[in-house]
Design a protein around this ligand. Structure first.
Ligand SMILES: [Zn+2]
Length: 349
């Protein structure tokens, strides 16, 4: 066997262990496992080595997904669609926990790499699409920044105290700068901050819209994907902004316009919604109430947790578990077989 093949096999095996650890870490293996779990994924694609990968936690390989599904199945999980969960919770508890899979942002690799794996395991999945990304009217600042910082050694930017020159030559400097830009996005008017980053990228020869076209499925691909009986589409706003920083009217508008859009593609009104970023800072009970009033049966955050017996009481603020690429990658790079404790972390996207 070649080294690459051995590594790939090792990743597949540790992928399964990772899921087992994840479940154990959240109490799923003990009495307090709840009724089931909703898993979050973003990119599913082959690994590409890079010295600077600030979004590494948002991607896993198809082999890792395959190992994860195999592990869950052998642990007795029943694969269900997200939209089924309210009905399942209304029934008396069974011994068999459920697992639902969700993929945020509608990346093309979901169709190319993830769908065949879900097909093989007969696992339903929901893709949360943001209208602005599908229509290329909005950009993905964290991908734009990754491209920009990978390319440049020096940048000039106004974080609020006037234009400053920053060195972004080393991976450490690039990570530091990435964190500052992310904080900038989340500290002010998100629309304005994204525009500033897009303008900076364009000044360095990077087209942020091209990045979206490259990464995100268009309406015809979503339509193709939706034809699979295992696939469902959910809404993920239009602009992919943190809803906690929008007015209630803006939140309702984001939910309404993105739902109309999903309905136009799939022919069905989406009953599920995912909050962009999904952290405690990005969405609160105030927006969860709006989602409930709007009529979503389920809305999901990225705050870690399992789906408990009383989840229906707060069905528009459900936690999810991230199938996280960071540890997989750590292992890939270091070649360690096992022994790295798994840590839960929130998702940026
Ligand atoms: Zn997202």
């Amino acid at each position: 066997m070649t080294n690459a093949k051995m590594l790939a096999r090792r990743i597949a095996i540790t992928g399964g262990l990772e899921i087992a650890n994840l479940l154990r870490a959240t109490g799923l293996m003990r009495g307090a496992r709840g009724r089931g779990a909703i898993f979050t994924l973003h990119h599913v694609r082959p690994h590409e080595a890079s010295a600077f990968s600030p979004n590494a936690h948002l991607e896993i390989t198809p082999e890792f997904l395959d190992a994860a599904l195999t592990q869950l199945k052998s642990d007795g999980y029943r694969f269900v669609s997200l939209a089924e969960i309210p009905a399942l919770l209304a029934e008396p508890a069974t011994k068999q926990p459920f697992a639902a899979f969700t993929l945020d942002d509608g990346y093309r690799n979901n169709l190319v790499y993830a769908m065949p794996v879900f097909d093989r395991h007969e696992a339903p999945f929901t893709i949360f699409v943001a209208k602005g990304l599908v229509e290329r009217t909005h950009t993905i600042w964290w991908e734009t920044l990754a491209t920009l910082l990978r390319k440049e050694d020096r940048l000039s930017f106004d974080f609020g105290d006037g234009i400053e020159a920053i060195s972004v030559a080393t991976p450490a400097e690039k990570h530091r700068a990435f964190a500052r830009f992310a904080a900038h996005i989340h500290s002010k008017n998100e629309t304005a901050a994204v525009l500033e980053i897009d303008t900076l990228a364009r000044a360095h020869g990077i087209d942020p819209v091209e990045i979206v076209e490259d990464l995100v499925m268009g309406a015809p691909e979503l339509n193709l994907l939706d034809a699979s009986p295992l696939a469902a589409l959910g809404a993920h706003t239009v602009s992919h902004r943190a809803v906690a920083r929008l007015s209630d009217a803006e939140v309702r508008d984001e939910m309404s316009v993105s739902s109309d859009y999903v309905e136009a593609i799939s022919g069905r009104r989406p009953r599920t919604f995912a909050y962009p970023y999904g952290t405690r800072e990005a969405v609160t009970q105030q927006q969860a109430a709006i989602a409930r009033d709007f009529g979503f049966a389920i809305a999901v955050t990225t705050q870690p947790g399992v789906v408990g017996e009383r989840a229906l009481d707060n069905a528009t603020y459900l936690p999810r578990l991230s199938i996280n690429g960071l540890y997989q990658k750590t292992r890939y790079l270091s070649g360690l077989a096992s022994g790295i404790p798994l840590k839960l972390m929130g998702n940026r996207a």
